[in-house]
Ligand binder design. Structure first.
Ligand SMILES: [Zn+2]
Length: 235
């Protein structure tokens, strides 16, 4: 790439500089592989998505965790999933005014503008956000203090599992809290008027999923039992 000549773009990192950064270099090489294989082989799909715009039927609220990419887990294609990822895959309560409501904005866009018909809150095993809620926060996050108030949205999940699993930390308690937090998010979803309306009119279905990355299993929340039941067992 040559110099652009635009003074306002002089701070833009040039490809040569990017290539000096080994970890990013791996990603650039990955993009080349994607371009050569996936993009080239699916050119018609990208042309369709470019021309027609996106019309995903599914929204997924997932965790930022690097191990739980929804598109990889569900073997989805571009255009299939509208995804918002945040720490511990939390849906906050519907709060009007104040603050910057990134997750709420994504929900509003998916439900009201795109008209998705399925909305999945997907938690997972070994969630760092849930561990921070149950244990002590990592030292590095204490000074700025963004994680604590964010995780306080699911305080009732923590308090509930501490009552059921008293004593020292255990994997069972973490797992129960990861799943309890999904229930809180499902309830919070119904606090958004546009979600409630879409659900009650039958246009939208809510789902709670739990990806067990240790066992390679998918569990789904059962409205009948309020439990997470194995939907796809380990192989
Ligand atoms: Zn997580």
């Amino acid at each position: 790439m040559t110099q652009t000549g635009h003074p306002e773009l002089t701070n833009v990192r040039q490809p040569e500089e990017i290539l000096r950064m080994k970890d990013v270099n791996e990603l650039v090489n990955g993009f080349r592989r994607f371009q050569k294989r996936y993009f080239s082989e699916n050119r018609a799909l990208y042309e369709h998505l470019t021309r027609q715009g996106q019309s995903p039927k599914v929204m997924i609220v997932a965790c930022c965790d690097s191990r739980v990419d929804p598109a990889i887990i569900t073997d989805s294609d571009p255009g299939d999933l509208f995804v918002v990822r945040n720490v511990a895959n939390i849906v906050p309560p519907c709060e009007i005014g104040g603050g910057y409501h990134g997750t709420s904005a994504a929900l509003e866009f998916a439900v009201s503008a795109l008209g998705v018909s399925q909305l999945i809150v997907m938690g997972h095993a070994r969630c760092g956000g849930i561990r921070a809620l149950l244990d002590d926060l990592p030292e590095a996050t204490r000074a700025t203090g963004f994680v604590t108030p964010w995780m306080s949205i699911v305080t009732e999940a923590r308090d509930g599992v501490r009552a059921v699993f008293p004593g020292p930390a255990s994997e069972a308690r973490y797992r129960a809290c990861e799943q309890a937090a999904i229930r809180v998010s499902l309830r919070n979803l119904m606090g958004f008027p546009f979600v409630q309306e879409a659900v009650e009119s039958g246009r939208l279905t809510l789902h709670g999923w739990y990806f067990d990355l240790e066992r390679g299993e998918l569990l789904c929340h059962s409205a009948a039992t309020n439990a997470f039941e194995v939907a796809v067992a380990r192989i």
